[in-house]
Ligand binder design. Sequence first.
Ligand SMILES: Nc1ncnc2c1ncn2[C@@H]1O[C@H](COP(=O)(O)OP(=O)(O)O)[C@@H](O)[C@H]1O
Ligand SMILES: C=C(OP(=O)(O)O)C(=O)O
Ligand SMILES: [Ca+2]
Ligand SMILES: [Mn+2]
Length: 564
Amino acid sequence: MVLPRQTPYVTPHILHKNYAQAFDAPESGSLIGKDLEYFSQAGFDMDKITLKRNAPVAQLYEDAIRNEGAIISDSGALINFSGKKTGRSPKDKRIVYEETSKDDIWWGSVNIKMDEHTFEINRERAIDYLNTRDYVYVFDGYAGWDPRYRIKVRVVCARAYHALFMHNMLIRPTPEQLADFGEPDFIIYNAGQFPANRFTKGMSSTTSVEINFKRMEMVILGTEYAGEMKKGVFSVMHYLQPVKFGQLSLHSSANVGIEKNDVTLFFGLSGTGKTTLSADPRRLLIGDDEHVWSDTGVFNIEGGCYAKCINLSAEKEPDIFNAIRFGSILENVVYNPVTRVPDYDDVGITENTRCAYPIEFIAGAKIPCVVDRQPSNIIMLTCDAFGVLPPVSKLTPEQASYHFLAGYTSKTPGTEDGVLEPIPTFSTCYSAPFIVLHPGRYAEMLAERMAKHKVDCWLINTGWTGGKFGSGKRCPLKYTRRIVDAVHSGELAKAEFETFGTFGLSIPTALEGVPRELLNPALAWADKEAFGKEIRKLAVMFQRAFALYEKDVEIKVREAGPVV
Ligand SMILES: Nc1ncnc2c1ncn2[C@@H]1O[C@H](COP(=O)(O)OP(=O)(O)O)[C@@H](O)[C@H]1O
Ligand SMILES: C=C(OP(=O)(O)O)C(=O)O
Ligand SMILES: [Ca+2]
Ligand SMILES: [Mn+2]
């Protein structure tokens, strides 16, 4: 039978203003009595708006297509656009200064203070905006796969795209868990389409991303970049895990060997290769971005991955390529309007094109994303735009502490607003934009755990080689993968090492499958004089950056840095 287009077979929200009461049964995860009350109390006008809580993926697709101009890609992913902002806005991120958390927070340029009153104004502005909408989306899920240390997160937003994004990125509750969800531990109000008022005290632009640890809430105004939400959850965990649970939160990916069950953590700021290198056919993926190193092992904070799509190909990154299908969100990716095939090489909208997918879309995912095992290897990823750091070096415990605190890398174009080419940066703990406590607190926990469990540590430069950005080239992915394989097989640990001057790093003299001259940047550079100049320049930058932490560390850590 062919149904005429206008049939009563319409989506349930049209049948009744209050979808929650009218349509589905409580066990399918609808909002029932107490939850509705909660929304009225929070300031939502329940007579006007229709809440869609944990809506099915298909319905979010339909709404995004109907109301937000989304389209479906040839492989079934939802192609969506985040508007003007296509990367994070770190300069507009603030933390509320209040008595419960103020003494723990590392105030300064990363954690800018916001007063409680201003937060209330922005929060009200966000809720007022959400009240003007016909539909408000709610997604309730978890952050943290270990039930002992997880939190319940509620996302309240105006776009189906944002709801689907967090459906993919948080841990999706079962229908039973959803029915007994109760009060969330943390709430995100995302009114990103609506600007902050520039005349509100303390606002410097129309964008505002703020976290209040007393209220346990986050408010987003003036940016629709979905990554703000996932990194907001990470900031919360970067506070709660050490302070409330005594566990170490990490801006890292993690995987586990299929044969040896060995766990590897890959630290790194955005663009260094956490997502790419942790997707490995010989290993199960625990997660690509946010983890906790607990007393008993490692667990992922998230339920999904957020991969970069720039220059993506099925040959180079098959796992990620194959995860782009029904349920995934492609963000800011240019597509062919006739065939709906994404053009991953097109930077017309941004270089920071992304795909968000549930972790089970990666064929070799470790689900549940938790291992009762301590890590064997830690890989610190850096993307050196000067092209002077070796592609791999083995770090002593002191060097590991030094490099973790220094957090040297380059910001990749697009991930942050206004970054157009790789910019060298010192992003402490490889997570400066999301850090909440003094870096020394994370570093101390890391050193203690590494020593206790005798973890080997490697510094891997996935950035430039043979010259700096502009003249050299990015280290070919196949060589970095070969190096990572050699870490996992134990081959590198047994290699012969030599000392790489200035930085005092131990580098392998040879590794099968990797050209000898690539292993040692002094050989890779044709222009030796230019090499000497660049390495000294970088060493001085390290010394200046490390001065911030000098008084907080033991002498042997201070001395583990470069010598000019
Ligand atoms: N040698 C390399 N190692 C890792 N990634 C590389 C390398 N060369 C190029 N790339 C590219 O750099 C980007 C790394 O980004 P990604 O893995 O998403 O980093 P992160 O998850 O740390 O933000 C990907 O687009 C990847 O294809
Ligand atoms: C999403 C981000 O992280 P990553 O690039 O590490 O995935 C980000 O930094 O905004
Ligand atoms: Ca219902
Ligand atoms: Mn990533």
